[in-house]
Design a protein around this ligand. Structure first.
Ligand code: MG
Length: 186
C-alpha cells in the first residue's frame, strides 16, 4: 500500500532506517535527572557557587564547600543514571568530605555516570538568591561547569531568581538551587 502524496522506495526506507540503526537503537536512549539543594548562609565570604568564588559578605554553611549549584547538578546527573544521590556517594559522616571541593565531587559523580554509559546533552539550572546579584557571574559559572564536564558552555543553562524578600531566600537566610539534566547513551 502506498501512502497518498508520498513517494518512496526500498532504498529510501533502508537509508532512513539506517540513520537510526547504524549507531544502534540503544544509542538513542535519553534520560532525565533532577536535583535540588539548600544551604544556610552565614557571615563571611566569598560565596562558593557554581565552582567559582563570588564576592559577597556571606557564605554558604555546609559539611563540604557548600556549593549549592554544584550539589544540585551532581544530584541531577546521578539521578539521570539512577546512581543514587550525592549524600550516598559523599556522606557527611565521612571526615574526608569535610570542606571538600564540590567540583571534585561533581567530577567523580560524572565519571560514574559516564562509566554507566551516559553523557550530558544539556543542563538547565536555577539559583535562588536574594543577594548577591548573580548576572555578572553567570557566564563564568557556565564556563566553569562546562570545563568540569568537558562540554560546551552552550549546553549549560543558568538562571538566577531572588526570593522577593520573603521566605528563607528572601530573608538572606539561605540559598537554593534546582537543576535538570538530560543525558544520552554514548
Ligand atoms: Mg548541599
Amino acid at each position: 500500500m502506498k501512502l497518498p502524496g508520498f513517494r518512496y522506495n526500498s532504498a529510501f526506507l533502508v537509508t532512513f532506517c539506517g540513520l537510526f540503526c547504524a549507531r544502534g537503537v540503544a544509542t538513542l536512549t535519553v534520560r532525565i535527572g533532577i536535583g535540588h539543594d539548600t544551604h544556610r548562609l552565614q557571615p563571611g565570604g566569598p560565596l562558593r557557587l557554581g565552582g567559582i568564588d563570588v564576592p559577597f559578605d556571606r557564605q554558604a554553611l555546609g559539611h563540604s564547600d557548600a556549593d549549592v549549584l554544584l550539589h544540585a547538578l551532581t544530584d541531577a546527573l546521578l539521578g539521570a543514571a539512577a546512581l543514587g544521590d550525592i549524600g550516598e556517594l559523599f556522606p557527611d559522616t565521612d571526615p574526608a568530605n569535610r570542606g571538600r571541593d564540590s567540583a571534585e565531587m561533581l567530577a567523580i559523580a560524572y565519571g560514574r555516570v559516564q562509566a554507566a554509559g551516559y553523557r550530558v546533552v544539556n543542563i538547565d539550572s536555577i539559583v535562588f538568591a536574594q543577594q548577591p546579584k548573580l548576572s555578572p557571574y553567570k557566564e563564568a559559572i557556565r564556563r566553569r561547569i562546562a570545563d568540569l564536564l568537558q562540554i560546551s558552555p552552550d549546553q549549560v543553562g543558568m538562571k538566577a531568581k531572588t526570593g522577593e524578600h520573603v521566605g528563607p531566600v528572601g530573608r538572606l537566610e539561605a540559598l537554593m538551587a534546582e537543576c535538570v539534566v538530560l543525558v544520552e547513551t554514548c
